[in-house]
Design a protein around this ligand. Sequence first.
Ligand code: SAM
Length: 270
Amino acid sequence: MDKDSVNRPNIIGGSEVGVAISVDMDKNVVHQTNSLFWDTKGSDILGATSLPLYGAFVSEESCQLFGDVSGKKMLEIGCGSGQSLQYLGERNASELWGTDISENQIEKTRQHLTACGLSAQLICSPMEDKCGIPEDYFDFVYSVYAIGWTTDLEGTFCRIASYLKKDGVFIFSWSHPIHKCVAAEDNMLVFKKSYFDESWYSVSLGESTLTLSDRKLSTYINALSKAGFVIEQMLEQSDVEILQSCDDNNDFANKAKMLPVTFVIKARKL
Ligand SMILES: C[S@@+](CC[C@H](N)C(=O)[O-])C[C@H]1O[C@@H](n2cnc3c(N)ncnc32)[C@H](O)[C@@H]1O
């Protein structure tokens, strides 16, 4: 084991994977590592990350954060396979835009939307960077399990605020930081990592590597506030109906009955 390995659980998606290797955060290296992962593996490995699901056990169908999107201009950050854009396009959004760091994910979105008879403006770019997206333009900017990949949370939220019209809405979901600290072991949930540790680490999934950090909830909330957002709603609880439909032996669902595994925030640009 490398001298810098940190022997603690790494929970990516619903399951525990590998050992964390502490790394320094270098934006270019993180982008190179992560875009290679998404170019080759895609999001299939991580499970439920597209609308109507905000994560494995939270659905837009029951929480209705978007409301009626007909005639609205939508931008997705980290559009992945394009299924969330499809969901909103089929609900008569007037314009669909998507960005993603991975060329292959952008191509997947393009093909998926074309097959569904929809079209979108798609831009391959890291969410941190200026990339030609119009400002003061969108009614909604949203992101399902992509925001946490940013190397610059405050900068990304400021950029997102610039894309929105005044009173525009930003909705995003990500792994709940408590979920990232607690592992299932011998029929118990064991706290294995400091909630306060936001250091960067790499983790291997098969032959591929991902680099990330686990931010505290307060880090997200304070960054939203600094970027000029007011939070309208935050969800932490799993949908009881989805949990009840899961097998009794589903460890992820059993964990989700005890603690939040996903959080969703709906914020408005002031
Ligand atoms: C878990 S996937 C979710 C994608 C989408 N919600 C879906 O289900 O298809 C995360 C996405 O974020 C993208 N991503 C990772 N880092 C990024 C960055 N810095 N800027 C923009 N996109 C990024 C990945 O390429 C990937 O498509």
